[in-house]
Design a protein around this ligand. Structure first.
Ligand SMILES: [Zn+2]
Length: 357
């Protein structure tokens, strides 16, 4: 039997960088605590060849999309993705800015298992210290903060001196980790009356319309500008829980995805002279789509958070696999024959701006 070929498209591109290795004691470095926390969840789908990383051949210059200036709509959308209650700003655990000469009493960075603290370039850092059978001092900056491992008998002042030596590196990594975490929090949708989320280049706003009726997408207010927010009326009472609201939005999005994907597959398949047989909706954490040589296509319903051209790129990408089952130059030529500016669109998929569910 002909082996069933299948190719997939990565959702997040390159994995989020793991906590940077310590400049010293690399071999003996302990596994960073919770190093995977900031990475996308592994897909449940079987391990399959991933999209290879080399940059695709660029589309001819004239055909590339010009760099887009942020539209009023895009600017309007950002503040609507509500941060969870209690989240007060971009750096929840204290801003990481070193304040020369004015260290505060509370550590600016504190590991939950911190047992010691010290000033590193004016920044008070509380870190977790573990002793063990090892020869070198190892330090790791993970999502929780700084953890240090040291040989059993190394005096504390030697450990502090080793940390001082790497102070700049440690503080920079702590700052980067904090920023990354706050960005993830900002993208998390809080499912409540008035919650907003992106949908095919528009912004939708959840309206609890009362029990009974059907989910209905309303029109934007007539006098509103191009960045207008459209109400999504859900048949739920004002007392509906976040879980109920989330489930209702998800069900509606799945329905929209089925319709839009089908229409776009039907649009691109004849242009590429291929036949698709079956559409499956996926929610894989790490990929946007996949194609099998038997003509079945799977597409991630969360693509509905992007503008149509981005979604079109993924549809064309998967359909192109029905002609070329790899990521060779011939494959990219095939994609480019129907989506000339695919390189720019592909980059949009990787900027990771899609909200978290
Ligand atoms: Zn592919």
């Amino acid at each position: 039997m002909h082996p069933l070929l299948r190719y997939t498209l990565d959702l997040f591109g390159a994995p989020a960088p793991a906590p940077a290795p310590s400049p010293q004691g690399r071999a003996a470095r302990p596994k960073p605590p919770g190093a995977q926390a900031s990475d996308p969840k592994p897909s449940k789908a079987p391990k399959l060849p991933k999209e290879h990383k080399p940059a695709p051949p660029l589309a001819p210059k004239a055909l590339q999309t010009p760099a887009q200036t942020p539209t009023p709509e895009a600017q309007a959308r950002a503040p609507f993705i509500a941060a969870p209650a209690g989240f007060a700003g971009p750096a929840p655990t204290g801003s990481a800015r070193p304040q020369a000469g004015a260290p505060s009493d509370a550590p600016q960075f504190a590991h939950p298992q911190a047992s010691r603290q010290l000033h590193l370039g004016g920044v008070l850092v509380a870190y977790a210290l573990a002793r063990g059978k090892r020869r070198t001092i190892g330090m790791v900056v993970g999502p929780e903060g700084l953890s240090v491992r040291a040989p059993r008998w190394t005096p504390l002042h030697e450990i502090d001196a080793a940390l001082q030596e790497k102070a700049r590196w440690i503080v920079r990594k702590l700052q980067e980790t904090t920023v990354r975490r706050s960005q993830q929090i900002e993208r998390q949708i809080v499912w409540e009356q008035g919650a907003v989320f992106p949908f095919l280049g528009q912004t939708l706003c959840v309206q609890l319309a009362g029990a009974g009726g059907v989910t209905r997408l309303g029109d934007a207010p007539l006098d509103a500008g191009s960045g207008a927010v459209r109400p999504l009326h859900l048949p739920l009472p004002a007392t509906a829980s976040a879980t109920q609201i989330r489930a209702a939005v998800r069900a509606w999005l799945l329905l929209q995805a089925q319709q839009v994907f089908t229409a776009r597959l039907d649009h691109f398949a004849p242009l590429l002279q291929v036949r698709w047989k079956q559409l499956g909706l996926s929610n894989a954490a790490t990929r946007w789509g996949s194609a099998r040589s038997d003509g079945s296509i799977r597409l991630n319903w969360r693509l509905m958070h992007f503008e149509l051209p981005v979604l079109d790129y993924v549809v064309a990408h998967e359909l192109s696999h029905l002609r070329v089952m790899n990521h060779s130059p011939r494959f990219w030529d095939t994609v480019g024959s129907v989506v000339p500016d695919y390189a720019a669109l592909r980059a949009r998929l990787k900027d990771d701006s899609v909200p978290r569910w």
